[in-house]
Ligand binder design. Sequence first.
Ligand code: PXP
Length: 245
Amino acid sequence: MAQLNVNIDHVATIRQARKADEPDPVWAAAECELGGASGITMHLREDCRHIQPRDVELVRQVAKVKLNLEMAMTEAMVRFALKVKPDQVTLVPEKRQELTTEGGLDCRKLQKHLAAVVRRLNRADIEVSAFITPDEDQVKASAQAGCQAVELHTGSYANAPSQAQLTRRLGELEKARDIGWACGLIIHAGHGLTYRNIGPVAALEGLEDFNIGHSIIVRSVFVGIRQATREMIELIDKYSSYCQQ
Ligand code: PXP
């Protein structure tokens, strides 16, 4: 059954809107855990515009579930990860002006650098996942660089303007998953997933983790984080059980 990691960045976004000390993402992490999340995802951006280093350090100390740290492949971030030791690092490209991570990491172009970063993180027992577009070359390049996992970018699926496009995007995810499996990779997925569009992706066999943020935090405003987490897990479980029949 696929697992849910809740991305709590937007709790920090609200806090940073006032540069205040609340809401605290550490509380949010505890609420996600109480709601049944298997993991917490946090993106420490280079400009620290939402999550702060202190947030990651404290969640590392208090969370009993998997900590997945999203970060760019910079020296400062690698050093931070080696200090904090999350269970998993997801390597993402990062542009300062973007509202959210826009594209996947170009693992083919950056393969040498990626391989060196993976080696350093693996030596500290940190698993590495690369956030990539569901594309054959990118999947293979991630495996060749030594990544344990890839997170398939579901943004194009989430934004598909028609049913035909959506079916095509699902097919791309499925194909990328198969190539990843053939390369020995663990397959995660995320970006743009919501309560309304999770079904068909959750029904794809064998996806390990979903990293979902915006939609869950939005629902939390009305029902609370614990309940919002629970509701997403119920949907993932319901649809993943289809592929097991
Ligand atoms: N996965 C990655 C690599 C991301 O960068 C993000 C956004 O921070 C997510 C998943 C979560 O995306 P969303 O907030 O759209 O659920």
